[in-house]
Design a protein around this ligand. Sequence first.
Ligand code: FAD
Length: 380
Amino acid sequence: MNFGLTSEQLAIRDHVKTLLDDVCNMEYVARCDEKAKPPVEAFQALAKHGWLGLIAPEEYGGANGSATDLAVLLEETGNHFEELGLWLFRTYTFGCYAILKNGTEAQKQFFVPKTISGEFSYAFALTEPDSGSDAASLRTRADPDGDHYIINGRKQFISGFDISDYALVALRTNHLVKKQLGISTFLVDTKLPGIEVRRIPTLGQHSIGTTEVTFTNVRVPATALLGELDKGWSICEDTLRYERLCLSAARIGAARNAFDFALDYAKNRIQFGKPISSFQVIQHKFADMKVLLDTAQTMLHRYAWLMDNGQAEKADTAVLKYLVGESYKSISDTCLQILGGYGYCMEYPMQRFFRDSRLATIGGGTSEIQKTIIASTLGI
Ligand SMILES: Cc1cc2nc3c(=O)[nH]c(=O)nc-3n(C[C@H](O)[C@H](O)[C@H](O)COP(=O)(O)OP(=O)(O)OC[C@H]3O[C@@H](n4cnc5c(N)ncnc54)[C@H](O)[C@@H]3O)c2cc1C
């Protein structure tokens, strides 16, 4: 196992950094957060330079990149703006990975090129008002109607549904079997008649935001089915594994941004006639955070390597998700403390890391559920 980045991966990181330094600076990020405006310009700039095609095969216009390449790209993106990284990850996971792995040739030809060009963006709709951690108990249904399906029900906390073109929606198609065996996944056009979307005000993640989506007799063509009928649960599980790689990369980048900001601040903030960075108490906070960051980053690259080599197990994903989520939450909290009163001010960026990072131990599977998954592999 090689811990270094290849020259191609260093080039990915450097190019994305230069591009985002230009189109996604701190003022732009603060505006997106304050005005609840998605970072469309930054997203489109990445698309224009071909980065949305990183993991797609060359025959669809992509670069055939690896999970490690993607981790490098999303870490750098998250370092500029976590929510841009999360928007991108949905595009990679649901618009490329899930479709390339499970789609028909017609679906691949239709979706993948438009995903790479930045024409289509995606949301993922699994959670419902009564099914969160127990996601497989979902009840929103798709019933056959000739060469169509009719969708009825409600999805909860669907990030970016209102700004996405398509959503991968997990739906119940069979009520007579064990809950995991009666779920199918559909690629649903988010603008279809019968879909009602409400934005849910949240503590953080204001730029992309999250929504409640109600489906009332929504007709989708049978060709919207992704993968086999009633076999959607394994697609959800597989895409969630990929999602956790991407989420973790973007969040490690964001945690490093918070760390660097606080470090710079501590070197320049004078109290008792000295920079606060000269106090051992503050130095130890940075030492603790560096341990968390380096551990999380090493685990990210280990996990990406395991994925690239077809060796990633369920527990590996849960370890990564848990470690990164808790580390990001802890780092943003400590960094806010280092900024003192300025950390608490809306005029400084630290409050955004604090608010955004709070989701890291909840969304995409809570820390408690990750620990349950890890423990379940230990024979206890
Ligand atoms: C801002 C935001 C964005 C989101 N984006 C999306 C999205 O895009 N798509 C999507 O499908 N979902 C999304 N989610 C949903 C998210 O994945 C769920 O909130 C999460 O899985 C937890 O489900 P829940 O909120 O229903 O909590 P619950 O499942 O009700 O859990 C409540 C508490 O009980 C604990 N708990 C539950 N079961 C157990 C157990 N067996 N053992 C121990 N503890 C347990 C949990 O850890 C948690 O602390 C989003 C959520 C938020 C807040």
